[in-house]
Design a protein around this ligand. Structure first.
Ligand SMILES: Nc1ncnc2c1ncn2[C@@H]1O[C@H](COP(=O)(O)OP(=O)(O)OP(=O)(O)O)[C@@H](O)[C@H]1O
Length: 255
């Protein structure tokens, strides 16, 4: 069974005033196997954030289904959604979403605090994660005392600490300079090689070329996908860039 299955997902937004309707997603179909690292690309307005919100059970599709580990997200009771999300998903956002009044360590513990974990369980879990992310020495600092790259590493630690089935990342390197972005993408590769499934939305060809599969969304549908296969990152980068050119110039799908 696929870890994540997206079946015929459609999303129509209806504006509150007037009868204007926006079809953000027309018919999205894809699945993600456990252990994959998938990037989603598409032009601004193509529906990436809408899709991510639906996958995170923050929004409901107008039609279609999303299954995580065979669980139909549409069947979750409202009161169970937050716990389900916490148990199964980790989130990494462009703007880190760290609380400034908490140390990095307390920010990272937050999802575990919500699931009522013991302090020594939290410490045991954090040590190897912090080590891998290279943030052991700065855990007692506050977000405003560290760099953007370090904040993002703390946000990744917070996403990993619950041992989620799936990490959903929305433009994770968007607020970082190119050096910090490269180092972040290397981390994603390492985390994925350790078995973590990652789904990342990004505008960056460089970031996408660290994934093993890239899905392109156009006009509310999956327009094309590229598998890394045996390509080097440079070759994959070129292939992604070529596909984006086809996508933005309105050409037909090409190889
Ligand atoms: N709450 C909303 N109400 C009405 N229309 C919306 C709403 N949210 C998004 N849309 C519209 O749905 C379409 C898809 O938007 P979405 O934000 O998912 O695109 P995106 O690919 O994430 O764009 P970007 O790359 O710029 O973040 C756009 O036409 C947008 O204007």
């Amino acid at each position: 069974m696929a870890l994540l299955e997206v079946k015929n997902v459609k999303k129509i937004y209806t504006t509150r005033f007037g009868n204007n309707q926006v079809e953000a997603l027309k018919d999205v179909n894809f699945s993600v196997e456990s252990g994959e690292y998938v990037a989603i690309m598409g032009e601004s307005g193509s529906g990436k954030t809408t899709l991510l919100n639906i996958l995170a059970a923050l929004d409901k599709p107008t039609e279609g289904k999303v299954y995580l580990k065979g669980n139909d997200l549409g069947n979750l009771k409202e009161k169970d959604i937050a716990a389900f999300r916490r148990q199964n998903m980790g989130f990494v956002f462009q703007d880190f979403n760290l609380l400034d009044t908490f140390s990095l360590k307390d920010n990272i513990y937050l999802p575990l605090v919500l699931s009522v974990a013991k302090y020594n369980t939290m410490e045991k879990r954090l040590a190897p994660i912090a080590e891998k992310l290279g943030i052991t020495q700065i855990l007692d600092k506050y977000p405003y005392e560290v760099s953007g790259g370090q904040k993002q590493r703390a946000a990744i630690a917070r996403a990993l600490i619950t041992k989620p089935q799936l990490i959903l990342a929305d433009e994770p390197s968007g607020a970082l300079d190119s050096k910090a972005a490269d180092s972040l993408m290397n981390l994603f590769t390492t985390i994925n090689q350790d078995g973590q499934t990652i789904l990342m939305v990004t505008h960056s060809v460089k970031a996408a070329s660290s994934a093993n599969r890239i899905l392109f969304i156009k006009d509310g549908e999956v327009f094309h996908q590229i598998y890394r296969g045996n390509l080097t990152s440079e070759q994959l980068y070129q292939k992604i860039a070529d596909t984006l050119t086809v996508l933005t110039t309105g050409g037909e799908e090409g190889e």
